[in-house]
Ligand binder design. Sequence first.
Ligand code: HSE
Length: 297
Amino acid sequence: MAESNFSVVVPASTANLGPGFDSIGLALNLYMTVNVSPSEDWEVTYKDDGFEDLPTGENNLIVKTVTNIAERKGRVAPASRLIIQSDIPLGKGLGSSATAIAAGIEIANQLLELNLSAKEKVLLGSGYEGHADNISAALLGGVTISYFDGVEMDVVHIREPKMGAVILVPPEALLTEASRGLLPGQLSHSEAIRSSAAGNVLSAAIARDDWETAGRMMEKDIFHEPYRKKLFPEFDRIREVCHEYGAYGMTISGAGPSLFVAVKQGNEGELAKRLAVAFPYYGCIAVKPSNAGAVVN
Ligand code: HSE
């Protein structure tokens, strides 16, 4: 069993990009780094503010992921000390739980020398998350377009998307379950067809790096946006202003409460500054795609 010190770096991610609901993920260049070293008991220390409420022992999501994978393999993972530094806002729609699960998968893979393939990791992570969008992007980087039905999974990986982005982060966090609770139990056949068509064109446009078309399709979602948009102060006005400032499109980041704006590569810094002035309620962060997924050093 591997006992030496190592670290795992995992990116944040935005999910859905509108109608790619539970399927499309984009890794972003905000990172969580976990330093792992042997210890008597599981011990987790967060170095940054904002993580005080997270469990620091066996109930920590990273630790639970490691120990659950070990259990499935009929093994026991050696207790470790995890020291965590993270730029990823918690509970803000930037895939923080998928980042933690991806870190847990990589740590288990390392500690137990499991040699998991990328697909095995993504399948495991999707099982824990219940959907594949954030976890695929967190593990693989770039854009991921996934199919996951609880048993089978397929993922198409687009490694180096050429675009920039701005994330508008409100002060309050939102639980994914609460946001999913706003969704209807059923959609009509015609609505499902329309939103799937938007998702199909979105995927094809992303694959061709045609972010003009992708941006338009991001705004055609009827799987979740109509039910969630009331959570976002000034949603319609923000979308309008993003277009006035030349953005490709604006949509909800994952389940919210943040908003995601796709913009021409290199324009993200300027757009973030202008949106911060126009919408001071939100913190505006300029980001780029992370072409790297989870990496063990
Ligand atoms: N696809 C998920 C949702 C992302 O929108 O609920 C959040 O985990």
